[in-house]
Design a protein around this ligand. Structure first.
Ligand SMILES: [Zn+2]
Length: 146
């Protein structure tokens, strides 16, 4: 909930600007957007930088991906936010280079990855470092507490 508190404090009572790409909602019905405060700061970037969120690659809305990944690497290196006491799971994991998601090898989605796009990742940290986001079916990552 630290992430939610931060976002509330940054946006409470302020007008924010949402910039959406082609995908407006994710498969869970959540709004996908870059959020800017009145000073023009991208809140997504600040959340990743503080280790409160991880980068999610969603083609074709990937204009800020490299920038956000840079912030994520800094946060990982400095053990910011949820990375401070994060319990990294050992792999190996299977990454899909095209969608930038990673899975346990026995996940049904992992088994359908075209071998051209399949990448072996030795642990979760390496996956995050390379910009892969955890599969919500086979990894409990998203529910993990910091
Ligand atoms: Zn999976």
């Amino acid at each position: 909930m630290e992430a939610w508190r931060f976002l509330s404090s940054m946006t409470n009572g302020k007008r924010v600007r949402l910039v959406q790409g082609q995908a407006h909602l994710d498969s869970y019905g959540r709004i996908l957007a870059y959020v800017y405060d009145p000073e023009g700061r991208m809140l997504n970037f600040q959340m990743v930088e503080k280790g409160l969120a991880h980068v999610l690659y969603l083609y074709p809305d990937v204009q800020a991906f490299e920038k956000l990944l840079g912030a994520q690497r800094q946060a990982l290196k400095n053990k910011q936010g949820k990375w401070r006491n994060f319990k990294w799971e050992q792999g190996p994991f299977v990454g899909n280079h095209r969608t930038k998601r990673f899975h346990r090898p026995d996940c049904s989605s992992a088994q359908t990855i075209n071998s051209k796009h399949s990448v072996l990742l030795k642990n979760e940290r390496e996956a995050l470092w390379e910009g892969y986001a955890p599969c919500r079916q086979c990894l409990s990552f998203a529910k993990k507490k910091s």
